[in-house]
Design a protein around this ligand. Structure first.
Ligand SMILES: C[S@@+](CC[C@H](N)C(=O)[O-])C[C@H]1O[C@@H](n2cnc3c(N)ncnc32)[C@H](O)[C@@H]1O
Length: 200
């Protein structure tokens, strides 16, 4: 792993319980997507940079075929313990998710505070990985963190930059005004814009 990718020490943050991005409960955008039928039982879904977030266990409990991936062994071990405690299962990958290439493509990618957490120069690697992960017609359930000031995580994901990163040749976009803003309760209310991009 290169220096920039490891410059922010996620493992140390988890080990110290210094994790201000974590929500107290399930992300309301994910619940809205479940309600809308975006996350159906049986669907193959990957959660890159899953951390300790409870959405992984929730989706596994709801019958989805879930893969969670994270650099942090502490986070992955936490997810394993949670799954074991509830009797549900998921595939857990420890390591750099940007290098992950599944044998079978996914129907959905669900991520929260992952794209905004990786150094922006790695975004093109992420977009390439997403194209490889998703089957044609697969959905990226995107939560684009809105933050004006540049610098250390989270890095803002303004829509114009997202249009450049996810070009129309490879992605069907909803209208910009169809995105729903969900303020983050513990990141000073910074909004995440929720919208579904479809892999062509
Ligand atoms: C801001 S945290 C978000 C965690 C979780 N999604 C949540 O909402 O609570 C970013 C997560 O991405 C993970 N991460 C960062 N770069 C990664 C990479 N290249 N591969 C896998 N995980 C990564 C970190 O370990 C961390 O758990």
């Amino acid at each position: 792993m290169d220096e920039e990718r490891s410059a922010f020490d996620w493992e140390t943050r988890f080990a110290a319980d210094d994790t201000p991005w974590e929500r107290a409960g399930l992300h309301p955008a994910m619940l809205a997507w479940v309600e809308a039928g975006e996350l159906q039982p049986g669907a193959r879904v990957i959660i890159p940079g899953c951390g300790r977030s409870p959405e992984l266990g929730f989706l596994a409990a709801n019958g989805l075929d879930v893969t969670g991936a994270d650099l942090s062994p502490t986070a992955i071990d936490f997810q394993r313990r949670q799954l074991d405690a509830t009797g549900h299962d998921a595939t857990l990958l420890k390591g750099d998710v940007l290098a992950h290439r599944p044998d079978t493509p996914y129907d959905r990618v669900y991520e929260q505070t992952f794209l905004c957490a990786i150094p922006p120069r790695l975004r093109v690697d992420y977009e390439r990985a997403l194209c490889d992960w998703l089957k044609p017609g697969g959905h990226l359930l995107a939560l684009f963190m809105q933050k004006d000031v540049a610098g250390g995580p989270p890095y803002g994901c303004a829509l114009p930059a997202m249009h450049q990163l996810f070009p129309e040749e490879r992605w069907f976009w909803p209208d910009d005004d169809a995105f729903i803003a969900w303020p983050h309760p513990s990141l000073k209310g910074k909004p995440e814009l929720a919208g579904v991009l479809v892999r062509r």
